[in-house]
Ligand binder design. Structure first.
Ligand code: SAM
Length: 287
């Protein structure tokens, strides 16, 4: 064992666990699991299994279940362990705690009570999918799970339409086809996208194409397993709208709304009607 971790400084240790391949656990996470005084996990059975695979004995130590449904009751117990000068490790069922998983309130309570908060980074499906998607990774926005109902989902997608980067979404396999269909409708079918399934597992699969193509493929088959959907920024959207607004604002300085719209539509090769509508809005806003 790494001697640095052989006696842990008291505090809460958030450890990332594999999202499929058990050997994706980090050496540091194993050190922390071996040395922590108290262990807490979203799913105690999964953590026990992971520890067994890697030969980390639980011994006489406490392994406490901590998840969304018992967090209010269990959190004070974990904070009390920190008060008593113990090291506490927390793992979610898979991946990184807090990323569409519990852990946020526990981390916040730890900091509020003046204890050390330590993160042992590792796997997360969001970043793994981003690196496989073929979509730009300079800027990305993780939006987690969208609402289940189509109406709410569409309005959530509308809010994301102008994000200047790659969107990363988690989705259940049962809803993926419907979600892709809604995304294609709201964002436009020509946006580049990727569907990443069962990452780091036996049936890992990455589909790349436009939103319309992926929506069609998803509708034609029964998707199984765990899924991340990514949507690229596309040619239309934020950059273009900003360009249109800038051009209109300049044109409106010396021309009527009608003329400004004509000029900008011609200059940018766009349909006149939406440009005219936008020019009207900008002109009204400036009044
Ligand atoms: N905390 C985890 C993380 O860091 O990725 C995410 C937990 S969230 C409850 C579970 C969702 O993550 C799944 O529904 C799926 O969208 C995504 N996910 C987790 N493991 C995955 C995998 N191996 N392949 C694809 N998506 C995965």
């Amino acid at each position: 064992m790494n001697p640095v971790e052989s006696k842990l400084t008291p505090g809460l240790y958030l450890i990332a666990t594999p999202i499929g391949a058990a050997r994706d656990i980090t050496l540091r996470a194993l050190d922390i699991l071996a040395a922590a005084d108290v262990l807490a996990a979203e799913d105690t059975r999964s953590l026990r299994k992971l520890m067994d695979i890697h030969g980390v004995a639980l011994g006489e130590r406490l392994l406490i279940s901590y998840h969304d449904h018992n967090a209010i009751k269990v959190r004070p117990r974990l904070i009390a362990a920190l008060e008593a000068g113990k090291s506490v490790v927390y793992a979610s069922e898979a991946g990184t705690p807090m990323i569409s998983d519990p852990g946020y309130d526990l981390a916040r309570a730890t900091v509020a009570a003046g204890h050390m908060l330590i993160s042992a980074p590792g796997p997360s499906a969001a970043v793994t999918a981003l690196t496989l998607s073929g979509l730009p990774a300079e800027r990305f926005f993780f939006a987690g799970f969208l609402p289940n109902s189509s109406t709410k989902r569409k309005s959530a997608i509308r809010e994301l339409a102008k994000v200047p980067g790659t969107l990363i979404l988690y989705e259940s396999p049962r809803r993926t086809a419907a979600m892709l269909k809604d995304a294609a409708e709201v964002l436009g079918g020509d946006r580049p996208a990727a569907l990443c399934r069962e990452l780091t597992k036996k049936f890992e699969e990455v589909l790349r194409g436009t939103l319309a193509e992926l929506a069609e493929q998803a509708a034609e088959r029964t998707l199984k397993g765990e899924i991340v959907v990514l949507v690229g920024q596309g040619d239309s959207g934020n950059v273009r709208e900003i360009d249109i607004d800038r051009a209109l604002q300049t044109a409106l300085e010396g021309h009527s709304v009608r003329d400004a719209a004509d000029m900008v539509a011609a200059e940018l090769g766009l349909k006149r009607r939406p440009v005219y509508q936008r020019a009207l809005e900008l002109a009204k806003g400036a009044e």
